[in-house]
Design a protein around this ligand. Structure first.
Ligand code: GUN
Length: 281
């Protein structure tokens, strides 16, 4: 069996076109949806991510400002910038790119963002809303994974989903979203003794570890759906995910590629969250 691809680029194109229509409607009403992106320091991967986020906004007719600061920026200075953006009516979404330099407390900065502008969905208020099934901004990467499952008409009710990874920005919110859709959810992580035991029972596997070949063909039930959140480099420096794509695609029914899978969807859901923030006004 060769799996069908869940094409993140194609789905993103469709969803971003819908965002562009909504952005145009808001702009007609005199509200141009605006996203502020803050980058502190010179992390090369972060530089690429923020550039892509800002460009995607502009392509969809959103207003986007990129604020770049040196790694020497103090925590107090960063908090002051966030506060100014919280009070700026032209800005509907605020994103502080992570990781931040070590001398800055990530949590403190995230909590300083107004929950009304928390388009990353990282604020405790957003995470708490997801936890109790109330409306709020959803973390973009797991939200994008859910949209990919929706795009193939996959009904999660009663299915067994295994999430590999327990980060605050992917693994944990992913598990909650799957649970909200009535899947039975198992969360595996670095202290799970026998990962393959769990993944072999899964109808859906989401790999979000940040390490190559975390999921290989022998660990996948035939016909399972495999979502690869990983963003790694192989020995030749080529982008690859957490999943051994060549092997797993022969066992799975659906699989997301890297690149062209979850990556573009993360940015797409950021645009969706930003437009929703602007529409709420
Ligand atoms: N660093 C890695 N992924 C993300 C993300 O989705 N948002 C932010 N703010 N930082 C990140």
């Amino acid at each position: 069996m060769t799996a069908q691809l869940i094409d993140g680029n194609a789905l993103s194109k469709q969803l971003r076109a819908e965002v562009a229509v909504r952005a145009a409607k808001l702009t007609e009403r005199g509200i141009t949806p605006g996203l502020a992106v803050i980058l502190v320091g010179e992390n090369p991967a972060s530089q690429v991510y923020v550039r892509n986020k800002v460009k995607a906004c502009q392509d969809a007719g959103l207003h986007s400002v990129l604020e770049k600061y040196p790694a020497t920026l103090t925590e107090a200075e960063l908090l002051a910038r966030v506060e100014a953006l919280n009070n700026d009516p032209s800005i509907h979404g605020i994103l502080v790119q992570l990781p931040l330099p070590k001398h800055i407390d990530d949590h403190k900065v995230i909590e300083s963002i107004s929950p009304l502008k928390d388009v990353d969905g990282f604020h405790v208020a957003s995470a708490g809303a997801l936890m109790v099934g109330e409306p709020g901004f959803k973390a973009c990467t797991p939200y994008g994974c859910m949209k990919m499952l929706e795009s193939i008409g996959y009904d999660l009710r009663g299915k067994h989903a295994v999430v590999i990874g327990r980060s605050n920005i992917v693994g944990k919110p992913m598990a909650l979203m799957l649970l909200q859709s009535s899947a039975t959810v198992t969360v595996c992580h670095s202290a799970t003794p026998d990962l393959a035991y769990h993944t072999r029972q899964a109808d859906v596997v989401v790999a979000a570890v940040g390490k190559r070949n975390v999921l290989t063909a022998d660990m996948v039930k035939p016909g399972a759906v495999v979502i690869d959140v990983g963003m790694n480099r192989d020995d030749e420096g080529k982008l690859c995910g957490d999943v051994d794509f060549a092997g797993v695609k022969e066992v799975a029914s659906w699989i997301t590629p890297v690149p062209g899978g979850v990556g573009p969807m993360t940015i797409t859901m950021l645009l969706v969250n930003t437009i929703e923030a602007a529409e709420r006004l």
